[in-house]
Write a protein that binds this ligand. Structure first.
Ligand SMILES: [Zn+2]
Length: 473
């Protein structure tokens, strides 16, 4: 297939006007000028986007698809009450079917927003079903929680059992699927979707995972070659817990009888002291860092998920992006869950990163539009260890391509497609998404999913949440 557009923005090389991309058997054969590409592949079927920029699919390095139905449900709460209310809603109100609906809604939002790859920690495995049903690429981390050191062995066994179940389910897909797909996806395409999904493990955060459980989980992940994702250095309460054992998290530990000797370290230094930070570890947030933490991240080859809008909405603060750049730390952009965002829109995240207060400091150069676009694509792919396969439009990479309409009034006039994509475009301007050469979204429709039926299910879950709140759960 040849995809052609007003512009092609490969990210790894300068934009082309009247460009095209040839894709065959899921891979990019060539990205170049339309005339050249058409001559070289005269028999390929073609799709033309006269007003759009074609670019690599966006890489969202941190989402929580399972929490999508909590969008707008937890407004106005401080972080500690936000996380407690979220946990109660998840375990006391929502059942497995509700969370499947939630994850599917999130996956549809993603593909419509031009996100083609997700890195998503999940609790009950619903993100796996949703990503497969929509056809996205993803690293899906099975979460593990248990702050009591004495329960570490048991929690590890539970994690291992869950991972085995997920591996088996992945192997049996699409023969056995918890979410039904109808219509346009071919059987061959469906079975190929398995290869785009990778499993990982996520010991959630230092206030929900004990030191021995971190170490056991990291050893298991290293042994089985699973990538690891950990939330770290997000809130003031978390820093208080590790530095001197003060604050609301410590109070909660006391009430629950959880043993904790504050290590007197920053959250990053504490995780490092456990010996668990290494290549293929993705730390999410990292906004409350001490000067020495940057060197730790760099020396351990840790990648970081930057979620600027979520950090601002939860009033945690902001990342020192300037220092991150100075220390050459591998960074991608994440939306975080829409319970704290409230949209999955990486165009907005690019603008938040470009407006980061650290660029205001004397001598700072700021983040160029090209750098911001790179963060949302190739940078994210590098952070996830996938940049050999995705993140830019280059021969030999996977055919993960989106078309972004730049003809809407909020984008016009366009002097530079990169500036327009970063500073003017919105998720709703995405008109086409393809992953590994498979078209997943076009003409306003998501392939294989009946969106009106899903909307009815979302309404049902919304009513349930509302009733639970009025019952003052
Ligand atoms: Zn998160």
């Amino acid at each position: 297939m040849i995809l052609s557009g007003r512009w092609v923005v490969p990210v790894s090389s300068p934009p082309l006007e009247n460009g095209a991309i040839a894709v065959e058997r899921g891979e990019i054969l060539e990205a170049g000028l339309l005339e050249t590409v058409r001559k070289r592949y005269p028999r390929h079927e073609s799709k033309h986007f006269p007003n759009a920029a074609l670019m690599p699919g966006l890489v969202n390095v941190h989402s929580h698809l399972e929490l999508t139905v909590l969008r707008g449900y937890l407004e106005g709460l401080d972080f500690w009450n936000w996380i407690r209310s979220l946990t109660r809603a998840k375990y006391e109100v929502l059942n497995e079917d509700d969370i499947l609906v939630s994850a599917l809604l999130g996956a549809i939002e993603a593909v419509r927003a031009g996100v083609t790859t997700l890195a998503d920690p999940m609790d009950i495995g619903a993100s796996l079903d949703a990503v497969l049903a929509i056809g996205l690429r993803g690293i899906l981390y099975q979460e593990v929680f248990s702050p009591k050191p004495g329960e570490a062995e048991q929690a590890l066994h539970s994690l291992q059992a869950k991972i085995s179940v997920l591996e088996a389910r992945l192997g049996r897909w699409p023969r056995e699927a918890r979410l039904q797909i109808q219509g346009c996806a071919s059987t061959e395409n469906l079975s190929q979707r398995r290869q785009r999904v990778m499993l990982g493990v996520s010991p959630h955060a230092l206030f929900t995972v004990s030191a021995p459980l971190f170490q056991k989980t990291a050893a298991f992940a290293a042994d089985q070659n699973y990538p690891v994702c950990i939330h770290a250095a997000e809130s003031q309460a978390e820093t208080q817990l590790t530095k001197d054992g003060s604050g609301p998290m410590m109070e909660s530990f006391r009430q629950r009888g959880i043993a904790w000797n504050p290590p007197g370290l920053s959250p990053v230094a504490y995780l490092h002291s456990l010996g668990i930070l290494r290549q293929r570890t993705l730390l999410v947030h990292c906004i409350r860092l001490e000067p020495a933490d940057y060197a730790i991240l760099h020396s351990q080859g840790v990648s970081v998920a930057h979620c600027p809008k979520s950090n601002a909405r939860l009033r945690h603060g902001f990342m020192d992006l300037r220092r991150m750049r100075e220390h050459h730390i591998s960074l991608g952009l994440g939306s975080d869950s829409v319970a704290s965002n409230n949209t999955m829109d990486l165009f907005e995240e690019m603008r938040f990163a470009a407006s980061n207060p650290s660029w205001l400091s004397a001598g700072a150069e700021g983040l160029s539009a090209q750098e911001a676009l790179r963060l949302a694509t190739l940078g994210g792919a590098e952070a996830l260890g996938l940049s050999q396969h995705i993140g830019s439009l280059e021969a030999g990479k996977q055919g993960d391509v989106i078309a972004v309409d730049l003809s809407m009034p909020h984008c016009l006039p366009v002097f530079s497609p990169v500036d327009a994509l970063v500073h003017s475009a919105r998720a709703s301007d995405v008109q086409f998404s393809m992953v590994a050469g498979e078209v997943l979204f076009e003409n306003g429709r998501t392939c294989g999913i009946l969106e009106p039926a899903l909307q009815d299910s979302v309404q049902r879950v919304r009513d349930k949440l509302l009733n639970a709140r009025s019952a003052d759960y």
